[in-house]
Design a protein around this ligand. Structure first.
Ligand SMILES: [Zn+2]
Length: 94
């Protein structure tokens, strides 16, 4: 009986991996067609619309930000505690 469950579990895991690989390939095709940034932006917006409290969020493109060395947390007027700041803001407030 235990062996049967093990075989069933392995088959279920294999099926899930196969499904995930298929879905990931679909997402990559969409990203290559529409742009990775746009897909992430659109997905985050839709998720936030559906679940304003628990949605996963994304931030600006890394090329526009840099680490903030303030160590001031939420009181920092450059990063407001997230540890990243916009390069344009950093130049203006330097
Ligand atoms: Zn800061």
């Amino acid at each position: 009986m235990k062996h049967v469950k093990s075989v069933e579990l392995k088959e279920e895991v294999r099926r899930i991996h196969q499904h995930n690989a298929h879905m990931a390939a679909e997402v990559v095709r969409l990203c290559e067609r529409e742009g990775f940034g746009f897909v992430i932006y659109a997905a985050a917006n839709e998720w936030r619309r559906r679940d304003p409290v628990g949605a996963h969020t994304v931030g600006p493109c890394a090329v526009f930000t840099e680490p903030c060395d303030c160590k001031r947390g939420r009181s920092c007027d450059k990063c407001h505690g997230c540890g990243w700041q916009f390069k344009r803001v950093a130049k203006k407030r330097a």
